[in-house]
Ligand binder design. Structure first.
Ligand SMILES: [Fe+2]
Length: 357
């Protein structure tokens, strides 16, 4: 294996017409690595067709160019998902690889939780791969590709929300029971399916942002009234994108309700309390938590426990008694967004997150 200097990649990761800035190799029956495409050269669909006719299941990239390959995947992910000639299992593999990397980088930087262990990486990869297969089976792959192609940051955020949502729910079967009564009596396969569907809801929750312009999505100043009205349509647009797919109804409702506030006043319908579906209440927490702890061009990531403190806020009757100088009225407002029982469970979960197992 030539000292193991190469990594195998699926040919489906190479987009015809795109310009990889890394070299691609094939391996001969004698185990020799031969240059197949030079960096900076367009790979044509004819070349890729010849490769697949010859039965080639893998091509190779020099390990030293792994970073360039990952950058290339990020840039081309939406094309890969939308490419009809790429096999579904290859799409799932590529998607889970890119997405796992997103989660891994976030853990090592924003969350300050250290290096993700090999077993945790493998579990994450499997989870995301399964979520994508489900999305494909539910005929919503094109909608996901549209969102990724429109705004890569929305996709990165959604991927981390998926990780948090599934990891949190996995440790809280009582919440899964509330999402779908009878869950605790399900067999293992059905339980895993249910968890996977919740992950899909997390991955798709902001899909309606595909209809919000880049200018609005990346604006550093407060939004104008009109821009805010456009932004507030994304849960409805998300539902519209999924309405004709086979995504389960409770997942569609979670997409629609994920900005509803537990004490009312959220959007688009200003629902309250138990009228907001349980998965949406979970997403309200994981969504805000990830947004607060993520790096943005205009802000550093907030430490997780600081974010949790702000999310808890100060109850009305305690206001002023503890005199925390960093606590302001906006934090009190944030408390209204969440189902407090659920938020307490989420904070217990944060204290227990172990990534190296
Ligand atoms: Fe959202």
């Amino acid at each position: 294996m030539n000292g193991g200097r190469y990594m195998a990649i699926p040919p489906g990761a190479i987009i015809p017409g795109a310009l990889p800035d890394f070299r691609i190799y094939v391996v001969t029956p004698q185990g020799k690595y031969v240059l197949w495409a030079l960096e900076g050269n367009r790979v044509s669909s004819e070349q890729l067709a010849r490769l697949s006719e010859s039965g080639t299941k893998e091509v190779f990239v020099d390990l030293e160019e792994q970073f360039k390959y990952e950058q290339y995947l990020e840039t081309n992910l939406s094309n890969i998902l939308g490419n009809l000639s790429t096999a579904d299992d290859q799409k799932a593999e590529i998607f889970s690889k890119v997405s796992t990397n997103v989660v891994k980088v976030a853990f090592e930087t924003s969350y300050g939780l250290g290096t993700m262990g090999a077993a945790a990486i493998q579990r994450t990869q499997k989870l995301i791969e399964n979520a994508l297969i489900f999305i494909k089976e539910a005929k919503s792959l094109q909608a996901l590709a549209k969102m990724i192609g429109h705004d890569y940051q929305t996709y990165e955020h959604a991927t981390k929300v998926l990780w948090f949502t599934v990891a949190f729910l996995q440790l809280n079967p009582d919440i899964l029971e509330q999402i779908e009564p009878g869950y605790q009596a399900f067999d293992e396969t059905r339980r895993m399916d249910m968890l996977r569907q919740c992950g899909v809801g997390a991955l798709l929750h902001d899909i309606g942002k595909a209809f919000v312009s880049h200018e609005i999505l990346t604006k550093n100043e407060p939004l104008t009234e009109v821009e805010w009205e456009i932004m507030k349509r994304h849960p409805l647009n998300g539902l519209a994108m999924l309405i004709d797919t086979d995504i389960p109804a409770f997942v569609k409702k979670a997409v629609l309700h994920h900005h509803e506030d537990f004490q009312g006043g959220g959007y688009p319908m200003s629902l309250e309390g138990p009228n907001i579906t349980m998965l949406a209440r979970v997403l309200r927490i994981t969504d805000v938590f990830d947004a607060m702890t993520s790096r943005r061009p205009y802000k550093d990531p907030m430490p997780p426990m600081k974010a949790a403190q702000i999310m808890i806020g100060t109850p009305e009757d305690k206001k002023g008694k503890d005199d925390d100088p960093e606590q302001d009225d906006r934090d009190l407002g944030m408390r209204r967004c969440f189902d407090v029982d659920l938020l307490q469970k989420f904070i217990v979960f944060l204290g227990n997150v172990k990534l190296n197992g």
